[in-house]
Design a protein around this ligand. Structure first.
Ligand SMILES: Cc1cc2nc3c(=O)[nH]c(=O)nc-3n(C[C@H](O)[C@H](O)[C@H](O)COP(=O)(O)OP(=O)(O)OC[C@H]3O[C@@H](n4cnc5c(N)ncnc54)[C@H](O)[C@@H]3O)c2cc1C
Length: 296
C-alpha cells in the first residue's frame, strides 16, 4: 500500500502526493479505503510519475470521475494517478480536443456554446473524458467511440496517437483495456448544429435518464450479455430487486444498479456481486460479466 507511494514521493518531491487519498471520497460508489495517490499538474509531472512507476515495477491506476470503479476496503497495492488537473478543451472547426480530466458537463457546455452536435447522449453521465474513452461509455443513443477521431495516450514511456480504428471500440471495450496506459487527450469529430439543437438534445437525454436510480452507485454493474438480453432484466427475473448484503442493495428501480445505503463496505459489494452472478447462472444459465473495474 502506502510504502510504495512514500518511496516514490521521496524521489519526486515536486509532485503533489497524498499518502491517505480516500477512495471512498473520490468514487461515486463511496466505498474503499485510503491509498497513496499522485496528483500531477502537468504532462511532464505525469510522465515522471509513470516512468518511475514502470522503472520500480509499481502499479498505477489512472482515476477519472471514479464512476465505474469498485475500490477495495484495503486501498490499492500501487498508486492512484489523479487526472483531475488535465481539464483543457480546444475547438477547431467541427473538432473538439479534450484532455482526459475534462468532465462531461464542461465538454457539453463547450459543444453547446460552439453549436457542435454528436456528444449529447453523454448528458448525465458522471464521468471524465479519459474514463469515457477507456470504457467506450454510452447509451442506446450512441457510444463515445462513434464520435472519436483519435486518442493520444502514454504507454511505456512513449506518446502514441491512435485512430478510431486502432482504438478498437466495441461494446464496453477498447484497446486501452489491454495494456497499462494513460489516455492524455481525445479528439472528437462533431457536426455543426442548428441554433438551440444541442441544448434541446441534452434536455431530452436528461429527461430520458430521470427513471434511473439516484444515490451512490457505479451505474450499471454488469454488461448486457447480448444486444437483446439486458443484465438488469435477468437480475430482476431472478427476484433480486431489493436484495442486500450489508449496506449494498440491488436497486428496486433498476436491477443493474447496486446502491450504497451509506453504510456499505467494498466487501458488501463484492459479496453481493458474487451472489447475483451465482443466482443468475443457476436460474438462467447466463454468466454475467462485470462492466465495472476493480481497484485492487
Ligand atoms: C449514476 C451513474 C450513471 C452512469 N450512467 C452510465 C451510462 O449511461 N453509460 C455508461 O456507459 N456508463 C455509465 N456510468 C458508468 C461510468 O460513468 C462510465 O463507465 C464512465 O465511462 C467512467 O468514467 P470515469 O471518468 O468516471 O472513469 P473511472 O471510473 O475513474 O475509471 C474507469 C476506468 O477507466 C480508466 N481510466 C480513467 N481515466 C483514464 C485515463 N486518463 N487513462 C487511462 N485509463 C483511464 C480507469 O483506470 C478505470 O479502469 C454511470 C455511472 C454512474 C455512477
Amino acid at each position: 500500500m502506502g510504502h510504495y507511494g512514500l518511496l516514490l514521493s521521496a524521489l519526486l518531491p515536486e509532485i503533489r502526493f497524498e499518502k491517505d487519498f480516500s477512495l471512498a471520497l473520490h468514487t461515486t460508489v463511496g466505498v474503499g479505503g485510503n491509498t497513496a495517490a499522485f496528483l500531477p499538474l502537468s504532462r511532464a509531472q505525469l510522465f515522471s510519475v509513470v516512468r518511475l512507476c514502470e522503472r520500480c515495477n509499481v502499479r498505477y491506476f489512472p482515476l477519472g470521475g471514479g464512476s465505474n470503479v469498485l475500490p477495495s476496503d484495503d486501498g490499492f497495492n500501487g498508486v492512484i494517478l489523479s487526472t483531475s488537473a488535465f481539464d483543457g478543451v480546444s475547438v477547431d472547426g467541427e473538432h473538439v480536443t479534450a484532455e482526459c480530466g475534462v468532465g462531461v458537463g464542461k465538454l457539453l457546455s463547450v459543444c453547446k456554446r460552439r453549436q457542435l452536435t454528436g456528444l449529447e447522449f453523454l448528458a448525465g453521465i458522471p464521468a471524465k473524458v479519459g474514463g469515457l474513452t477507456y470504457m467506450n461509455a454510452g447509451t442506446a443513443d450512441g457510444h463515445v467511440g462513434d464520435c472519436i477521431e483519435s486518442v493520444t495516450f502514454l504507454r511505456a514511456g512513449k506518446v502514441y496517437t491512435y485512430t478510431k480504428e486502432q482504438c478498437q471500440f466495441s461494446y464496453k471495450t477498447t484497446v486501452f483495456q489491454q495494456f497499462p496506459c494513460v489516455i492524455l487527450s481525445v479528439r472528437f469529430a462533431l457536426k455543426k448544429a442548428q441554433e438551440g439543437e444541442v441544448f434541446e438534445n441534452i434536455s431530452r437525454m436528461l429527461e430520458k435518464r430521470k427513471h434511473l436510480p439516484t444515490g451512490k452507485s457505479m451505474g450499471c454493474t454488469f454488461k448486457n450479455p447480448t444486444v437483446d438480453l439486458s443484465a438488469g432484466k435477468l437480475i430482476e427475473d431472478c427476484n433480486l430487486k431489493g436484495f442486500r448484503v450489508g449496506g449494498a442493495v440491488v436497486s428496486p428501480r433498476h436491477a443493474n444498479f447496486i446502491l450504497n445505503d451509506s453504510h456499505a463496505t467494498a466487501q458488501d459489494y463484492i459479496s453481493l456481486i458474487e451472489h447475483i452472478k451465482r443466482t443468475v447462472r443457476e436460474q438462467t444459465g447466463v454468466r454475467l460479466e462485470e462492466e465495472i473495474r476493480y481497484i485492487r
